[in-house]
Ligand binder design. Structure first.
Ligand code: SF4
Ligand code: SF4
Length: 469
């Protein structure tokens, strides 16, 4: 049995007080000083922790909002003095797509590397926009693939990045087809460049260290950063240089050492690939295609070109199409590209990497089901460093999470924890779906339910097709 892919993790506590969701308001005036006060019975021990928090405060910066919202003390207080309250600062976090719940979940995952368990079942909505209109089919949960989750069997999360031959030919039992270069990643996650306004130069060497520790790769803007860090030469196999439209190529000695490179889409794509391959024919070249009004059709057109190996489709930070009035969502655009290539009989030949709107591990699994071979991660890594997704970055103000002054041990540890826990959750989801390989999960829409289809099947006959707003 091959060695199992494993990421070492360690608990990395937060540097700042957590902006939690719930707190308890305590109307002490009428307190009867009960001997068996309900506060002592809090199973999460929050009252004692709150006292300690107040004692340790050097200066007041935030209230203690770490209550789990179980309502036990609220319901049992004999005088009805306790009330649950929602932290207004918590509700202000995020940008609408990255909700406060996503931010808090990501903080906890980056801290503990543990799969989030609410303990009280799922308390959210059952459908919504974006990835929330899609459910994965967990009906295989009792089947033997659970063994993969508990380590008795192997569930593979590795994926191949590159072009694959349509057919293999053999002569006298020997393979005669020339095999194109492939990059094997142990997990279908690539670290992407952060959006322009969220780029902190001090994070670049840390992102590379995370890529090395998790065995994945990081996309680095060649023009802006060149080689990040001091001992980067050692880690060129974990770096994907992104080459802008007008940017010069890295020198041949660098090109010869990297495995994968990314070029921006342009009319000169073929020519640039030729130049790169002339230096290093074993290098896999990805083309970064922005999902604007023509992005989907451009991706399909590129996939038909036999020199294109990887198409990296990129939506905006929230997974939306760019530059159009009514943007489509990344999952729908990926499905369209994927099914078009399946119909044309060429889907298996190219690799599709998808970016934008992948905010949680479940989004990664859903995006792969919609047809991506792999996804990229960017903003969740920054959130893992206690970013609150405020407007300060965008508006050029000081960062309340002090990202520019974090130390490498903290930064690398938290981001590694987050990738590790996304990997664990992917195994959980695949195990519950009865899938043993991330490669087979790609495009497996039979293991998913889509709200739009169910609604149409159920009510379409009565009310006709839904008209989008
Ligand atoms: S609501 Fe539950 S978690 Fe919160 S303080 Fe009361 S008992 Fe503890
Ligand atoms: S917390 Fe810091 S990194 Fe995050 S959005 Fe605000 S300013 Fe930017």
């Amino acid at each position: 049995m091959p060695k199992k892919y494993h990421i070492d993790t360690k608990k990395i506590p937060p540097r700042l007080p957590k902006t939690g969701k719930f707190g308890i308001v305590d109307w002490r005036e009428d307190c009867a000083r009960c001997h068996n006060c309900v506060k002592k019975a809090c199973v999460y021990d929050r009252y004692r922790q709150e006292m300690q928090y107040i004692k340790d405060l050097e200066e007041f910066s935030a209230m203690f909002f770490e209550c789990m919202g179980c309502f036990s003390c609220v319901q049992k207080c004999t005088k009805g003095l306790l009330a649950l309250t929602v932290n207004p600062e918590y509700e202000r976090m995020g940008n609408g797509y990255y909700t406060p719940d996503i931010i808090l979940t990501t903080w906890n995952q980056a801290e503990t590397a543990g799969i989030p368990v609410s303990g009280a079942g799922y308390r959210g909505k059952f459908t919504g926009a974006g990835f929330d209109s899609m459910w994965t089919d967990m009906s295989e949960i009792v089947r033997p693939t659970r063994d993969g989750i508990h380590g008795r069997e192997y569930i593979s999360t590795s994926v191949d990045i590159g072009r694959k031959p349509r057919l293999l030919s053999f002569e006298n039992g020997r393979l005669t087809t020339a095999l194109p270069p492939l990059v094997d990643l142990p997990v279908p996650i690539i670290i992407d460049m952060f959006p322009e306004e969220y780029r902190f130069p001090n994070l670049m060497p840390m992102l590379l260290a995370v890529a090395v520790r998790t065995g994945t790769m990081v996309i680095v803007d060649w023009e802006r950063h060149g080689l990040p860090g001091t001992d980067e030469e050692k880690h060129l196999s974990n770096i994907i240089f992104h080459i802008g439209k007008e940017a010069p190529l890295p020198p041949p000695e660098t090109l010869k050492k990297v495995r994968l490179i990314e070029i921006a889409d342009s009319e000169e794509v073929e020519q640039r690939i030729e130049e790169i391959k002339a230096v290093n024919p074993g290098l896999v070249v990805a083309v970064r295609v922005e999902l604007d009004a023509r992005g989907e059709n451009r991706s399909i057109e590129l996939a038909h070109n036999p020199v294109i190996e990887v198409i990296h489709i990129v939506s905006d930070i929230n997974g939306n199409q760019t530059g159009v009035e009514k943007p489509r969502f990344i999952k729908d655009m990926t499905r369209y590209i994927h099914t078009s290539l399946v119909k044309d009989g060429i889907r298996d030949e190219v690799t599709i990497v998808a970016s934008g709107g992948i905010a949680l591990a479940e989004h990664m699994a859903k995006e792969i089901i919609c047809g991506a071979d792999a996804v990229t991660i960017d903003m969740p890594l920054l959130i893992g460093l206690e970013c609150r997704f405020c407007d300060s970055c965008r508006d050029g103000f000081d960062c309340p999470a002090k990202i520019e002054s974090i130390d490498a041990k903290y930064g690398v540890g938290r981001m590694t924890n987050l990738i590790a826990v996304w990997h664990d959750q992917l195994i959980e989801v695949m195990g519950a779906m009865g899938m043993r390989e991330a490669r087979r999960l790609r495009g497996e829409t039979g293991r998913a339910l889509f709200f739009e289809s169910i609604e149409e099947e159920t009510f379409g006959r009565l009310f006709g097709k839904r008209i989008s707003a």
